[in-house]
Design a protein around this ligand. Sequence first.
Ligand SMILES: Nc1ncnc2c1ncn2[C@@H]1O[C@H](COP(=O)(O)OP(=O)(O)OP(=O)(O)O)[C@@H](O)[C@H]1O
Ligand SMILES: [Mg+2]
Length: 402
Amino acid sequence: MTSELDGIFDTFNQNGIFKNKFIFQTNYQPNEILHREEQIKQIALILAPVLRGERTSNLFLYGKTGTGKTLSIQYVRDELLKRLKKDVPFKLKIEYLNCKLKKVSDTEYRILAELIKKMGGEVPITGLPTEAVYNKFIDIIDSEKQLIVLILDEIDQATKKISSDFLYNLTRLNSELSKTQICIVGISNDLTFLDELDPRVRSSLSEEEIVFPPYNAMQLQDILKKRSLEGFKEEVVQEGVIAKTAAFAAREHGDARRALDLLRIAGELAERDNSDKILLKHIDEANNKIEKDKILDVIKTEPKQFQFVLYSIIKLSERKKQEPIFTGDIYNLYQDICIQNKSEVLTQRRVSDIIQEFDMLGIINVKVISKGRGGRMREIKLAIGKGVIDKAKEIIRDSLNY
Ligand SMILES: Nc1ncnc2c1ncn2[C@@H]1O[C@H](COP(=O)(O)OP(=O)(O)OP(=O)(O)O)[C@@H](O)[C@H]1O
Ligand SMILES: [Mg+2]
């Protein structure tokens, strides 16, 4: 609620582009979900029996990021709860949990603790053996006869950090429960997630599967138009802006979140420009800004050895000004840096792989030039602007104490 009010007050305080900025925030629930009728209907058909107190199949939703999975499942959950009659002779709980918990080492423990909390119980934040927390979880859900739908969003995050035993145990819960019945809705944007699971867990988790395909440019336009009407003042969007935003996001991978972010940032840039309209150039600028932030994010999360290699490239580029730099030079400087930092030195082959990865991420450009007699050299140039380079240096120095 506070953020909603912030949105309203912020925007009434100025004569800018936005009517209500909250409309563009991630936690805003649009009142209509466009182009997901089919998926929503399928989810509803599968889950509808819970209204009669019957357990349903486990359900698995997958699709790339920003394709409306979270939005759709939350919508169906709300609609189900609205329709649950007051006088039914059974108890139904539909609990949603996002498994992407920040900065926790013991994810399984935390997930169980969160679930226990949702069921009205309590466990200390740390301290108990996971086994004990698991038993407590069983006790609390089995304390009375009830039907539980457990929605585990970004479920791939849970197994990346812990063993897949956790999921195995979850899928076998029903055999351990005597009064309660449970069905699991798993959600993931990692399309390979299911393939990598133990076949028993996989078949149990995905008794039913629903795919969320990427949005195409036309669909993104519809979503953007609707949101613009609610969030922007009248006639502040230059002709062609929506189409361009949608085209950018469709090229990425049909990500509605990306599309909405682009439009919001373009609006902010237009305001900063004192422009009374969002212009096409603001979309370009917003796109650059998002790209920049993405690259910095990658750099932040890269392992130490990657950061050493990048730091070497940056240092060499600064020394050599416009001249090209070569893999050999990078490797030499990289070795010095490793030694100074008392860190392991990777082989030249490995460093070459890392350089290639930077190329793929768009951080550098690599040009292969032939040197006669089959010899080849790789000429390397930084592909990021000065602002990003300075930020990157700061990030690397911070994380390496350099
Ligand atoms: N069909 C739609 N209509 C309106 N808004 C949408 C639609 N689909 C997605 N959005 C908006 O796009 C953003 C991303 O949607 P959502 O969070 O549901 O994606 P997701 O598939 O769960 O992505 P991730 O895999 O990254 O969690 C949200 O702000 C949501 O409101
Ligand atoms: Mg989601």
